[in-house]
Ligand binder design. Structure first.
Ligand code: KIV
Length: 323
């Protein structure tokens, strides 16, 4: 691929962090504010996860329905706003399972159309050749083993993986195969901590854990989960660092109450007008005129023609989100 943009964390730095024993911080984000907050918090990697299906798009308990176009749209908004962190676009179900060629085509779309720095795809086994094909084409790939939500039905639900000796050994083999195929990092989701520790010890590239204990090289959490925007049941591995859904609900209820009782908008949220302009305005319109009346009979002089333009010093009505 081309040279990364100025200020962008270089991918090999993740490997160097592993070697120095420094933890890598990854978080998901799905929009521009989320990307900015994550960048300002100094995270190394932002994953535009297909968890978007559940936390943004309203699908319940599944990541399967999210489409390529939706993922590209979300990734584009994040990539536009995140200058330093590595932005990883998550390949949705159906975008890479069919063939190596199809997987490569869609990986290219993430990089070319959405500005992703890298892509992630779920699974090992048959997916290893997808990873190799995409890496050989010059695109950085993050692997993902353990609980792979796109195959949750096949795995028997959102369950911890690698709990038997045989299943744990399979996870180790899968992670090693992904590394051999060229993955620059591997996500380990919902696996027993000792298994994740063993994989982390055996892999040269960093492991990023979610529900995989503290010995992985980095951690990832879903933005909405860690900020307390997700309501209802949360997996055991989530730690809430805020309760934003409570704050948002309180704020919206307060707003609705103030609109209804007339407290909002107050004087401070209201635009005034010079007295003489107001007088002119009032004298220029018929005292009893209503909109319906105005439409029925041709006005002698329309209000818009008599009103002077706003003085040049007047601030624009809306330049930023809060004027
Ligand atoms: O889609 C996602 O958010 C993920 C993380 C949970 C690793 O894959």
């Amino acid at each position: 691929m081309s040279t990364p943009p100025k200020g962008k964390l270089a991918l090999p730095e993740l490997l160097a962090m592993k070697q120095r024993g420094e933890k890598i911080v990854m978080v998901t984000a799905y929009d521009a504010p989320g990307a900015r907050f994550a960048e300002d918090a100094g995270v190394e990697i932002i994953l535009v996860g297909d968890t978007a299906a559940m936390v943004v798009l309203g699908y319940e308990g599944t990541t399967v329905p999210v489409t390529m176009d939706e993922m590209l749209f979300l990734t584009r908004t994040v990539a536009r706003s995140a200058r330093h962190p590595i932005v990883v676009g998550d390949m949705p179900f159906g975008s890479f399972q069919v063939s190596d060629e199809k997987a490569l085509e869609n990986a290219i779309r993430f990089v070319k159309e959405a500005g992703a720095d890298a892509i992630k795809l779920e699974g090992a086994g048959p997916m290893v050749s997808r990873v190799k094909t995409i890496v050989d084409a010059g695109i950085a790939v993050m692997g993902h083993v353990g609980l792979t939500p796109q195959s949750a039905t096949k795995l028997g639900g959102f369950k911890t993986q690698g709990k038997t000796a045989e299943a744990a050994a399979e996870l180790v083999d899968g992670a090693l195969a992904l590394e051999d195929a060229g993955a620059f990092a591997v996500v380990l989701e919902a696996v027993p901590a000792p298994v994740a520790a063993e994989i982390t010890r055996r892999l040269t590239v960093p492991t990023i854990g979610i529900g995989a204990g503290r010995d992985t090289d980095g951690q990832v959490l879903v933005y909405h989960d860690l900020l307390g925007l997700t309501e209802g049941h949360l997996p055991r591995f989530v730690k809430r660092y805020a309760s934003l859904s409570r704050e948002i609900r309180d704020a919206l209820e307060h707003y609705a109450e103030e609109v209804r009782d007339g407290t909002f908008p107050g004087e401070e949220h209201t635009y005034a007008m010079a007295e003489e302009e107001l007088a002119l305005f009032r004298s220029s319109i018929s005292p009893s005129a209503t909109r319906a009346n105005d439409q029925a009979k041709e006005p002698t002089m329309s209000a818009s023609k008599t009103l002077s333009p706003a003085p040049e010093s007047e601030p624009p009505l809306r330049k930023t989100s809060s004027p």
